[in-house]
Design a protein around this ligand. Structure first.
Ligand code: NDP
Ligand code: 2IT
Length: 449
């Protein structure tokens, strides 16, 4: 064998960066996981000899394709489509599709890699994947979005299937886009199967899937506070984003008697010191989901302040919920949050907190839940959607919500089991180790494949 009996983090990262030049988001995601699992691997040499970490950081396969479509004026556009099938060690590839101009291979590899651990934590049998395109649905007509989705699915359909790879939504991909893609898959294959999740209720979607990531995020925060003897009642919450995850995080927080005072989009944030309520939520859900408007319109409607081109982390709060995108909390933001008395952070987005900012939270010993734990509710209910599709039946709302709560509580327990330190729960370490162990053991069982 001739291998050294220990893995060194710097050495491992140097080799990973050499093999994947320029993929900075992917490096960032791997570094976070490697930093916590390498000490564990070094205590368990079976994982070293079998090169588990090297294998886990190399996707099973990456598919990159051209997507050609015509806009309403007849102009032809060319976008780049991707599907990164990361790991099917514990189940078929599973993960979202992102349509955003910033999409590139690095971003999709970081998301696919994170998904491996997240899906493992859900307790359900799901492998990991992520896909998308550098297409911007913003400002496009319905028919343009439809034509793009059809063109995208025409190629993607060759590589997915209900037992192979089951995509879902992510940034820029909601029920509308999933519907167009499902329709195209059905047309191409003459098959009605659960090949996508996040479908509308009329054709095989699950109740609570739309709400699941946000609700799960609020439930996870509740679990963290409960473990320390606290609760959500009256807590001032700062939420970023105003998409699928942010809106339903806010909705559940309000239902659980917390006070949500901010939301944002890529043009800035609103601060509503009185807090959002049911009526304001109904307005903003309509504005964002159906009218596809801007968050600044909320400020006009409810006469509160809009801060253009700013992030909400300077607003004093008890709890923070980054729910927009990656790397939205830097070191300075983290210091501001801590200085202003923030007690806990639960990530609705994937990797919204830079490594230096995570260190600030850990140094201040505030509760900090990484997205792979706190936003796993979305993919968990996707897993339930797959089960319902296979059984040709639909579960009721309470049933799905109860299962979602149970899974979030289970993930929290796994974080405690693997992340408890002297007087502090290190949720990053807990989530990474618990997620790693299940996948690694499955890989060991398969031998060298
Ligand atoms: P949506 O497209 O529904 O909403 C995204 C929100 O984030 C919008 O308010 C958008 O503003 C804002 N945003 C996006 N990119 C940027 C940016 N570069 N800078 C500032 N704001 C930005 O996406 P989701 O709510 O589905 O996803 C949000 C996050 O949650 C992502 O990190 C995603 O990976 C993660 N996630 C999603 C899950 C799901 O089930 N959908 C599950 C688990 C995690 P604007 O409209 O102006 O672009
Ligand atoms: O990041 C994520 O977990 C998602 N975008 C949801 C994936 C899914 O398959 O439901």
């Amino acid at each position: 064998m001739g291998d050294k009996l220990q893995i060194d983090l710097d050495d491992f990262m140097t080799r990973l960066i050499g093999r994947n030049p320029g993929e900075t988001e992917f490096h960032q995601a791997v570094h976070e996981v490697a930093g916590t699992v390498i000490p564990y691997i070094n205590e368990n040499p079976k994982y070293i000899h079998s090169r588990i970490l090297e294998r886990m950081t190399e996707p099973d396969r990456t598919i990159i394709f051209r997507v050609c479509w015509e806009d309403d004026t007849g102009r032809i556009h060319v976008n780049r489509g991707y599907r990164v099938q990361f790991s099917n060690a514990i189940g078929p590839y599973k993960g979202g599709i992102r349509f955003h101009p910033s999409v590139n291979l690095s971003i999709l590899k970081f998301l696919g890699f994170e998904q491996t651990f997240k899906n493992s934590l859900t307790t359900l049998p799901m492998g990991s994947g992520k896909g998308g395109a550098d297409f911007d649905p913003k400002g496009k007509s319905e028919r343009e979005v439809m034509r793009f989705c059809q063109a995208f699915m025409t190629e993607l359909s060759q590589h997915i299937g209900p037992n192979v790879d089951i995509p879902a939504g992510d940034i820029g991909v909601g029920t509308r886009e999933i519907s167009f893609m499902f329709g195209q898959y059905k047309r191409l294959f003459n098959e009605f199967t659960g090949v996508l999740t996040g479908k509308a209720l009329e054709y095989g979607g699950s109740l609570i899937r739309k709400e699941a990531t946000g609700y799960g995020c609020a439930y996870f925060m509740e679990e963290m506070l409960k473990h320390k003897g606290g609760d959500l009642k009256g807590k001032v919450c700062v939420v970023s984003g105003s998409g699928n995850v942010a809106l339903y995080t806010a909705e559940k927080l309000i239902q659980l008697d917390a006070k949500v005072v901010t939301l944002s989009d890529s043009s800035g944030f609103i601060h509503d010191p009185d807090g959002l309520n049911e009526e304001k939520m109904a307005y903003i859900i309509e504005l964002k989901t159906f009218k596809r408007g801007r968050i600044s319109e909320y400020a006009k409607e409810f006469k509160c302040k809009f801060y253009p081109d700013k992030k909400p982390w300077g607003i004093p709060c008890d709890l923070a919920f980054p729910c927009a995108t990656q790397n939205e909390i830097d070191e300075k933001d983290a210091k501001t949050l801590v200085k202003n008395g923030c007690q806990a952070v639960a990530e609705g987005a994937n990797m919204p907190t830079l490594a230096e900012a995570v260190e600030v939270f850990h140094d201040a010993q505030i509760l900090y839940a990484p997205g792979k734990a706190s936003n796993a509710g979305g993919v968990a209910v996707s897993g339930m959607e797959m089960t319902q599709n296979t059984m040709h039946m639909a579960w009721g709302q309470e049933d799905v919500d109860l299962q979602l709560r149970g899974i979030m509580s289970d993930i929290h327990q796994q974080c405690i089991n693997f992340g408890a330190e002297e007087g502090y729960i290190n949720y990053v370490k807990g989530a990474n180790l618990a997620g790693f162990k299940k996948v690694a053991n499955a890989m060991l069982a398969y031998g060298v494949v």
